[in-house]
Design a protein around this ligand. Structure first.
Ligand code: AMP
Ligand code: ZN
Length: 468
């Protein structure tokens, strides 16, 4: 399997540190608002990478953080007159809901920056001891020029950075030894959250978070580090500097970066105001359509969002869903159960299509070609798995489409229609359980209904329900 590595600027053959295992860190969102569909792109593409590694038999340790201390969170908390924790916890919850509806699986660990401050203080102390960092008036800076490897990820030259250095100087930062130095720890300001440290009360800089969380949950050297391409410089460059100068070993072997999701060829971002939240898009489309849309492009290419492209994603996805549904019908109505010899040969041909899917994914996760392979499979099904074929044949073709779609995180089985009478019966059963004070059972029934797409509302007039 080959992956394009920003560090080497070429597609490298993937070799894990430990055979059969992948350690992977993906920079997560800063939680001060609902996530937008630009933020959703790394979530979807790297969740797909994880699913493909697992399909290939790897055990994946997938870590993705929540940045829950940041200027934007503080600003929002002040605006609303609530604590920063209230803001971050609220939007972590909303983000998890969005991830679930995009079929992005929860990470093995989702660390929060505020829970990892001790580790950050420890790493900063080591950097100071080794001469890579220094403190001035309660602020700790990283001594960038001391790190000989600095610039190797973004392929930037220190002198070029220096000549543009004026713009790096931010008001109040002229106490730095060098304009290239960046903040590891900053002193508290009135009304801001803070932690006690050897350099006074304050809070960590953004970059140190990820260095520390990756080390704690994955080790000093990890297989893959990923995120959006806007993070290459300075965030990931600074992470490498901190981690490698502290630990004395390479930080990550493969650096993967997704391209931007654009609107009218401009990056979708909160600051430009040209964004749609995942929640908004979810009101118009099934979020499976958003996921499908994201995967129709290669993850490194820019992708322009438009209603037309979403509409074509919707109809393409429907073609797969209909094929899978039709195969169910063919299977249930097949005259014969057992596979014929001719069908056996056809299934061997089908494996060629599966192979082309794998070849596409092995080539730097080319999901666009992988989707094309799924359509080859749909055409194969529509030609061969028609009335007259055996149940076993229709079933195997169907299972194969579902399996490949699942690697991309796409659910292609039609939801069963739930009858009103079924819902009413379950509600009555729940009411009986509540009366008998068996709340565990009542909750279980509520959960079961939710899985069926039915939400219960306990109102003064009794229990009401709606389809969600
Ligand atoms: P943020 O909350 O801005 O730190 O972003 C969280 C993640 O979303 C990072 O990996 C960003 O690179 C990524 N991201 C933000 N905006 C976009 C966009 N328009 N297209 C693709 N990725 C993005
Ligand atoms: Zn990060």
């Amino acid at each position: 399997m080959k992956l394009y590595n920003t560090l080497t600027k070429r597609k490298d053959e993937f070799k894990p540190i430990e055979p059969g295992k992948v350690s992977m860190y993906v920079c997560g969102p800063t939680v001060y608002n609902f996530i937008h569909i630009g933020n959703a792109r790394p979530m979807i593409v790297f969740d797909t990478a994880r699913r493909y590694f697992e399909y290939k038999g790897y055990e994946v340790n997938y870590v993705s953080n929540f940045t829950d201390v940041d200027d934007k969170i503080i600003k929002k908390a002040i605006e609303e007159g609530v604590s920063t924790t209230e803001i971050s916890e609220r939007y972590i919850k909303e983000c998890v809901t969005d991830m679930e509806s995009m079929n992005v699986r929860p990470a093995t660990t989702h660390p929060k920056a505020t829970q990892e401050i001790d580790g950050m203080i420890e790493m900063i102390e080591t950097l100071i001891e080794k001469g890579y960092a220094y403190e001035v008036n309660g602020t700790v800076y990283f001594r960038t020029r001391k790190d000989e490897g600095y610039g190797k990820l973004s392929h930037k030259n220190l002198d070029d950075l220096q000549s543009g250095g004026r713009s790096l100087l931010v008001t109040g930062e002229d106490q730095k030894e060098d304009p290239l130095d960046f903040v590891l720890w900053k002193p508290k300001k009135e009304g801001e959250p803070y932690w006690v440290s050897p350099w006074g009360d304050g809070r960590p800089g953004w970059h140190i978070e990820c260095s520390v969380m990756a080390k704690r949950y994955l080790g000093e050297t990890i297989d893959i580090h990923a995120g959006g391409e806007d993070l290459i410089f300075p965030h990931h460059e600074n992470e490498i500097a901190q981690s490698e100068c502290c630990n004395g070993v390479p930080f990550a072997n493969y650096w993967l970066h997704n391209g931007f999701l654009n609107i009218d060829n401009r990056k979708m971002s909160k600051s430009l105001g040209n964004f749609f939240t995942v929640r908004e898009i979810g009101e118009k489309y099934d979020l499976q359509v958003l996921r499908f849309f994201m995967l129709t492009a290669h993850y490194r290419s820019p992708l322009n969002f438009s209603a037309e492209l979403m509409a074509s994603a919707q109809s393409a996805l429907e073609r797969i869903v209909n094929a899978v549904d039709n195969l169910k019908y063919v299977k249930e109505n097949a005259a014969a159960a057992e596979l014929t010899e001719a069908e056996g040969t056809l299934l061997e041909q089908m494996q060629e299509i599966v192979k082309s899917f794998e070849e596409a994914m092995d080539d730097d996760l080319n999901t666009a070609d992988a989707i094309a392979a799924i359509f080859d499979l749909v055409r194969f099904a529509n030609t061969n798995a028609v009335s007259g074929c055996s149940a076993a044949f229709a079933g195997q073709v169907r299972d194969e489409i579902i399996k490949l779609a699942d690697i991309l995180g796409l659910k292609v089985e039609k939801k069963e229609e739930v009858l009103d009478s079924e819902i009413e019966a379950l509600i009555a059963e729940r009411q009986a359980a509540r009366k008998a004070k068996d709340f565990a059972k009542a909750d279980e029934i509520r959960g079961k209904l939710l899985d069926m797409g039915i939400e219960l509302l306990d109102t003064r007039e009794g229990v009401k329900w709606k389809r969600v």
